[in-house]
Design a protein around this ligand. Sequence first.
Ligand SMILES: [Zn+2]
Length: 307
Amino acid sequence: MNEQSGAPGPGELEKIHRYTRGAVDGKDLYTFSVVLCDNDVDRDGERFSTAALHELAALFLGKTGISDHSMRSADQMARIFDTEVEAVPGRVNCEGEPYARLRARAYLPRIAKNEPLIAEIEAGIKKEVSVGCAVARSVCSVCGKPQGECTHRKGQRYNGKLCHVVLDGPEDAYEWSFVAVPAQREAGVVKAWDAEELKKRLQTPGGAAFSAGEAEGLRQTLERLERDAGYGREYRARLKGEVVRLALLAQPELPRAALERVAAAAALEDLLELEKAFRKAAGRAFPVRPQLAPEEKTERPDRDYLI
Ligand SMILES: [Zn+2]
């Protein structure tokens, strides 16, 4: 895999074109390499299995990365267009397995806004990234049981082997970002949290202390939840408007302000029920003629004049 920074290398522009709207000139792009994650233990005592790296290689294709959590506009996001799991000959991980890491190639439009970031990448300042992903399994490296279901402790040695958590079965990759303090030695791994896991953790004495990697995972998870909640609110607002509209169609004498207050206070499932009921009632009040139904033959005395 090409490790050069700058204009796309041979064959790379074709891969980039899978993600751009229309053809883009290579000289308008800046491409670079990043190591996303590896199969060795990070500062949080976690590592990906080698198989997980290969699955992540597919999941991260097309995923956007941000810098300093401040880049938000679409043209400021670097996008991954190629990934590869690479071995480093002679190097082994904490388990004595051949060391492997997931390398990605990303591109960024060469526009004025991106010049500071490009300069930082060129200077080697922006080298390490953290990744956000969801995994199906987090298991104890000593006994293979799900994390938290055994008495082995992360960071302790059992028969000379370092106990850690193995992340396996990646289900989704969300985003990647340049970070100042990555959780992993080579890169940063950020695990997505689910509410249950977080509740369990917060109920454990001392569980509210989070490592840098865990805190970053929480931040990304919260951001995603906020985004989803935004879609939810939008959906609810539209549904509310529809209930009020249909109710007034069915019963024009209903007071609009009161209807709007009731709809605003209603639970989502009630809104769905009301929408269904009022749609039916409104349909009875104003039968809708299917759009493709033939025009009814009506006597038009003025027709002759029109022709
Ligand atoms: Zn165990």
